[in-house]
Design a protein around this ligand. Structure first.
Ligand SMILES: Cc1ncc(COP(=O)(O)O)c(C=O)c1O
Length: 367
């Protein structure tokens, strides 16, 4: 069946489409887990999260349960982490571009946020070394797999080099891996935690592999740090949302997460392919790194096209783009556009990029 192309296409937020949600299975899990654990799930509990889910996540991460805290999404755990170990004026390093909400969290905590340029295989190591020598950071926040907003995955060689630097200069690596399981091509690369577990705090989430609305994310790190974060969590909300954690636990326990991830890969893989093909076809003068998974392709517009102007013209063409400046802690964002592909059909993706190419051409004065 041919679906109609909407008059306005949104290339803004990176959220899963409705068809990604296994609604009936979630209903079944919810009913079942509530019947079994009503006394726990309907009550105030430890701020560290639902114990059976903590055990399961610890098992998967080859960690001890006291190294895991589960919160209302992983983003708030990042805010708690910043509050627990950083002070205003401390330096944190992020990739440039990076996830805008993480940058906002660091800024709100009064931190000095410094960007390191990205290359096809991850951060520019020479630039990272130069920055680390100039102002030793407290931590490096990195999205190693299918990065938001560029789709870049860091190579093993670069992960090893960054790990060495972290050990030498005594900073923490905070790896945020919500997209890691959504690999459509190629092979997994070891995580930073696989390489230098003592230097790493890992954040992950059910948001991209099950549902963001259940608000369940987790952090794996040293037990004493988890305790400190747990205290901040307790002082903030007493207990995280236990019902969401109950659903996530039951979904995992039944082995349904693995099959759901496979279903999502089948849904998203052709969308990524369509995005890459459309860019080749309509915007060959642009620059992008070919992602192997995740939600995003990051596009640098061809010379002479400024994103502010392109975005304005794109609206006339029926295309809404996200603002780019938020992804850049520093440096030049004027030619960058994040292209989230997961929530659009292949036909919509081709149409969106054709509209974008027209807007670029008009902005460069060719039409
Ligand atoms: C890199 C990254 N980290 C964290 C999040 C948010 O995760 P959560 O829904 O678990 O708070 C997102 C969502 O877009 C993300 O892209």
């Amino acid at each position: 069946m041919q679906t109609e192309i909407p008059t306005v296409i949104k290339l803004t937020r990176g959220v899963p489409p409705t068809e990604a949600f296994p609604t009936d299975l979630v209903i079944e899990c919810f009913e079942n887990v509530l019947r079994t654990f009503a006394d726990i799930l309907l009550q105030y509990q430890s701020a560290l999260g639902f114990a059976p889910l903590r055990n399961a996540l610890a098992d998967n991460a080859k960690a001890e349960p006291d190294q895991v805290i589960i919160g209302n999404g992983s983003l708030q755990l990042l805010a708690f982490l910043a509050e627990a170990i950083l002070s205003p004026g401390d330096t944190v390093i992020v990739e440039r571009p990076s996830y805008d909400r993480a940058i906002n969290i660091f800024r709100r905590a009064g931190l000095n946020v410094v960007g390191v340029p990205l290359e096809e295989d991850g951060v520019d190591l020479a630039a990272l070394k130069e920055i680390v020598c100039r102002c030793v950071p407290r931590l490096f926040y990195v999205i190693p797999d299918f990065q938001n907003p560029t789709g870049v995955t860091i190579s093993l060689a670069k992960r090893e080099a960054v790990s060495e630097l972290a050990s030498k200069y005594n900073f923490l690596i905070v790896e945020d891996i919500p997209y890691r399981r959504l690999r459509y091509f190629g092979e997994d690369v070891p995580t930073f935690r696989d390489l230098v577990p003592e230097r790493v705090v890992e954040l992950s989430s059910f948001s991209k592999v099950l549902s963001p609305g259940i608000r369940v994310g987790w952090l794996v790190g040293p037990a004493d740090l988890v305790q400190r974060i747990g205290k901040i969590a307790e002082d903030t909300y007493i207990t995280p949302n236990m019902l969401g954690q109950g659903i996530a636990y039951e979904f995992l326990r039944r082995g349904w997460l693995t099959q759901n991830v496979e279903r999502l890969k089948t849904l998203y893989r052709p969308r990524l392919q369509a995005m890459l093909e459309a860019l080749e076809r309509f915007l060959p003068e642009g620059m992008w790194f070919k992602p192997q998974g995740g939600f995003f392709v990051g596009l640098w517009l061809p010379e002479g096209a400024q994103v502010e102007r392109v975005a304005k013209i794109a609206e006339e063409e029926g295309l809404v783009l996200s603002r780019s400046a938020g992804f850049f802690p520093d440096g030049d964002s004027s030619r960058f556009v994040r292209l989230p592909f997961c929530a659009l059909s292949e036909a919509e993706i081709f149409e969106a990029i054709e509209r974008l190419a027209r807007a670029v051409s008009r902005a460069r004065g060719n039409q």
